[in-house]
Design a protein around this ligand. Structure first.
Ligand SMILES: Cc1ncc(COP(=O)(O)O)c(C=O)c1O
Length: 379
């Protein structure tokens, strides 16, 4: 059996794993319920499950969400979309990234919705559908740049593109969407400007008699902070995984879906003044016990955590000392400790959040969970 096959396992099988993630699908359902409490009943949920559901395992996450009423998913590329299509045959799947012209047949064959940012994105679809005498109405979503400066057509040029797309007989503009650049900022001005641009465009579309079934804008923090961004579809990612995008107060109670654990692989007694790990960046201040944890940067436990983060063993916090290496990390247990070899260690969970880890390396919680390597089994 390949490692990939081992990735999603029942909890009882943790056995003697040395590094693993526990994915709590009950917490995922809880977070979905919490989200529904703040979103209008008429507004749909497009769950973002790209990057292997932010490291949580796309297949199990999507199946759970689908069982709980989610019918629409967002992924990063056609490969993720095709993997998802195998397990959610009836779901709508939107690819948020650009379609390569040669991927058009895969989109059409698997009924995957592309994001269109310009005319050239649409033409391969139109041509292929026309050549195959396909039915009309292949759904596309048009991305509008209202200030993110990434994908999408600049909002002022969008009416022209949309008119051209409306002339493509085989395509149907099922959705029009934008994405916020600053929804997490204390200062709301920039997001309000983006909303204003988008709403103005929607008015223009009405005048052009273009009526997309879905109009959407809100990511997790957008939907929490700006009610008027809900429109008729919201696109949460991080909130579903129970992680607070900003670390600030939220109007919902989230439960983290992922716990990352390892075990104490070795305990060594060392004297005062002993240096620890590459570069000797830590010297013991007295006699102490050092625990070796079999996780390192190759698993996604970052070098930047060296001498900064803590882990939790038997409910107590201990500091990570010395440089985190490729496969091993060291922890100072102090001279008197009840910690034993093979004890479980919380790296995320047990009171340590992805936000806390991100704070140590000037990063964001998204990067922490997405970095947890796919070779770590998920239970
Ligand atoms: C276009 C788009 N929509 C929605 C999301 C979900 O964002 P969040 O995880 O902050 O909810 C993302 C994530 O990067 C995105 O790129």
């Amino acid at each position: 059996m390949s490692r990939k096959d081992l990735r999603s396992h029942p909890r009882e099988d943790i056995g003697q794993e040395l590094v693993w993630a526990e994915i709590n699908l009950a917490h995922l359902k809880h977070n979905l319920r919490q989200l529904r409490r703040i979103v209008d009943r008429k507004t749909g949920i497009l769950a973002i499950v790209k990057a292997d559901a932010y490291g949580h395992g796309m297949v199990r996450v999507a199946k759970t969400l689908e069982k709980n009423g989610v019918r629409f998913f967002g992924v990063a590329n056609i490969h993720e979309a095709m993997e998802l299509r195998k397990v959610c045959p009836g779901a709508s799947i939107l690819v948020l990234g650009c379609p390569h012209p040669k991927q058009a047949p895969l989109y059409i064959k698997n009924n995957i919705i592309p994001t269109i940012s310009c005319r050239e994105d649409a033409l391969p679809f139109e041509k292929l559908l026309a050549a195959n005498l396909a039915r009309s109405g292949f759904p596309v979503h048009v991305k509008i740049d209202t200030g993110m400066g990434r994908l999408g057509i600049w909002h002022k040029q969008a009416p022209q593109l949309i008119r051209e797309l409306a002339d493509c007989k085989h395509l149907s503009i099922q959705g029009v969407y934008t994405h916020f650049a600053n929804a997490d900022h204390r200062e709301k001005k920039r997001t309000l400007k983006q909303i204003q641009y988008f709403q103005y465009l929607l008015k223009v579309l009405k005048q052009l008699k273009v009526k997309p079934r879905y109009v959407h804008a809100a990511n997790s923090i957008g939907l929490v902070r700006f009610k008027k961004t809900h429109l008729n579809l919201v696109r949460p990612g991080l909130l579903l995984y129970g992680i607070n995008p900003t670390g600030g107060p939220l109007p919902l109670r989230l439960k983290p879906v992922m716990i990352l654990k390892t075990r104490v692989a070795l305990i060594k007694e060392v004297e005062t003044g002993r240096s620890i790990s590459y570069g000797s960046t830590y010297k013991t201040k007295g006699r102490t016990k050092i625990a070796v944890l079999p996780i390192g940067y190759s698993h996604g436990y970052r070098v930047g955590f060296s001498n900064k983060t803590q882990v939790v063993i038997q409910g107590r916090r201990y500091p990570v000392v010395g440089r985190v290496t490729m496969d091993q990390t060291l922890v100072d247990l102090g001279p008197k400790t009840s910690v034993r070899r093979w004890d479980e260690v919380f790296l995320i969970g047990g009171g340590i959040s992805a936000n806390e880890l991100a704070g140590h390396i000037s990063s964001i919680p998204y990067e922490i969970v997405c970095s947890i390597h796919s070779r770590i089994p998920r239970f």
